[in-house]
Design a protein around this ligand. Structure first.
Ligand SMILES: [Zn+2]
Length: 455
């Protein structure tokens, strides 16, 4: 007896060693080069972008560098878009635990992205609240008709909101977090085109429609005289077509800032990311965008994607595009155009299946060479922040998992502390939230009416 136990233990260790060897053989420890370009045509002046290639995980150590790219497509003004561009990265990085090795850092990133997005939303709304007497829900509205009922829609008093598609590139690992409908696609060198984001549009996302309705929102189209319905699905209060955004303090709090997050690892042949606002995606498909600029350097590629969008649809909306090439280190020129024929039929089917799929989709089926590391789209904060394992490090000092505010020992409320009858509540288990963030969490989950504060 006993001897078989040893055999299994050793057997279990083999795959990890093999993986490490394979990584070394593939030269994946060497970092790829990142080349990028940006182009835009403005109509409303509400699209903003971020391109930053000099970030460092460990300050002063260039070998820990990573890049960040983002598109922020604002609505009802540009305040939320500018605020997110200027602050989101700091909020995300402040939510990262200190002293992590690279792999741990990448592993911690999805949770920090959730915290950073929620903090950006909360801080932007707080900024707006300070300049107004209280959270305005019924100020400066016009009556319109939806589902044969009169609704209030914002007019002069509306506050801005924004989509955020935020991409962090560390070596071959690409992490994308997004709210709204500014899409990021991956054209994997030697693979196919895949979408790394989910469109949070009520019109196209049944799962989000269900969530909004369950949280007390109402989804419907505008109707004109005679009852004819027009335009895309919107939700009330507010009349927004998106189900997730940053800002938007005059819509229901079920319009959440909790991002869909996907993390993938490219093969050592690299690939191209195209990040763009809906001005592009309403005009061209992912495949068309990728195809329109294959083989061209990033700067020119971005210009071509915008040009192709305008050619197809005209300048109906702000149209912005960032192209990022992730290039193997020994290949100083951008990826050359693949001479092989592109399989349009396969791409078409892949796109359709993707649209039908839920946030839980697990496969990048058209991209055999891309390894999927993480994917989560839940709008529930407790699911996204996970469980804190009890460690000696905390030493009795707690910070809010969202806003990073220090918590007194009796102050923190567990993110898992449920509604009064919840059987799954674990009120003693971290992560913990401050009172403000706990209030926000309850509001986002429809557990109390928007704008009602519990102190
Ligand atoms: Zn907090």
């Amino acid at each position: 007896m006993g001897s078989s136990g040893h055999t299994y233990e050793h057997h279990d260790l083999v795959p990890l060693a093999a993986l490490i060897n394979r990584e070394l053989r593939n030269g994946k420890t060497e970092k790829p080069a990142v080349r990028y370009g940006y182009a835009a045509q403005s109509r409303k002046g509400e699209d903003y972008f971020l391109m930053k290639t000099d970030c460092q995980r460990v300050a002063g150590n260039p070998s820990t560098s990573f890049s960040v790219f983002g598109i922020f497509d604002g609505h009802n003004g540009s305040g939320a878009a500018i605020f997110s561009r200027d602050n989101l990265l700091n909020y995300v990085l402040n939510a990262m635990p200190r002293g992590l090795e690279r792999d741990e850092w990448l592993h911690a990133l999805p949770r920090a992205l959730v915290a950073g997005f929620v903090k950006a939303d909360k801080e932007f709304q707080a900024k707006g609240t300070n300049s107004k007497p209280f959270k305005l829900i019924f100020c400066c509205r016009t009556l319109i008709c939806v589902n044969n009922k009169l609704k209030l829609v914002s007019s002069a008093g509306k506050t801005s909101g924004t989509t955020a598609t935020f991409v962090i590139i560390d070596g071959w690992t690409v992490t994308v977090a997004s709210v709204g409908d500014s899409r990021c696609i991956l054209d994997a060198q030697g693979g196919g085109v895949s979408i790394l984001t989910v469109d949070h549009r009520l019109e196209e996302n049944a799962e989000e429609r269900e969530r909004v309705t369950a949280s007390g929102g109402e989804v419907g189209r505008l109707s004109i005289f005679g009852g004819t319905e027009v335009g895309p699905l919107r939700c009330w209060p507010g009349g927004l077509c998106l189900s997730r955004s940053i800002g938007d303090m005059d819509v229901g709090e079920f319009i959440v800032p909790i991002p869909y997050v996907k993390q993938v690892k490219l093969s050592s042949t690299g690939g191209r990311l195209i990040i763009a606002s809906d001005g592009v995606w309403d005009a061209v498909s992912s495949e068309m965008a990728a195809q329109s600029c294959r083989g061209l350097p990033a700067e020119l590629a971005a210009r071509l994607v915008v040009k192709e969008s305008l050619r197809t649809r005209g300048l109906k909306d702000d149209t912005s595009c960032i192209v990022v090439d992730i290039i193997p280190p020994d290949n100083k020129i951008p990826p050359s155009p693949p001479p092989k024929k592109y399989n349009k039929l396969k791409a078409l089917f892949f796109t359709k299946n993707y649209w039908k799929s839920t946030n839980k989709t697990k496969k990048l089926s058209a991209v055999g060479t891309v390894e999927e590391l993480f994917e989560e789209g839940s709008a529930m904060l407790a699911e996204r922040l996970g469980n804190d394992k009890p460690t000696a490090e905390t030493g009795g000092i707690f910070v809010c998992a969202v806003c990073q505010a220090d918590l007194a020992s009796n102050e923190g409320i567990s993110v898992h502390a449920g509604w009064i009858f919840s059987v799954s509540s674990k009120p003693w288990q971290g992560p913990f939230l401050c009172t403000d963030c706990r209030n926000k969490k309850d509001a986002m989950e429809g557990k109390r009416p928007s704008g009602v504060r519990v102190v």
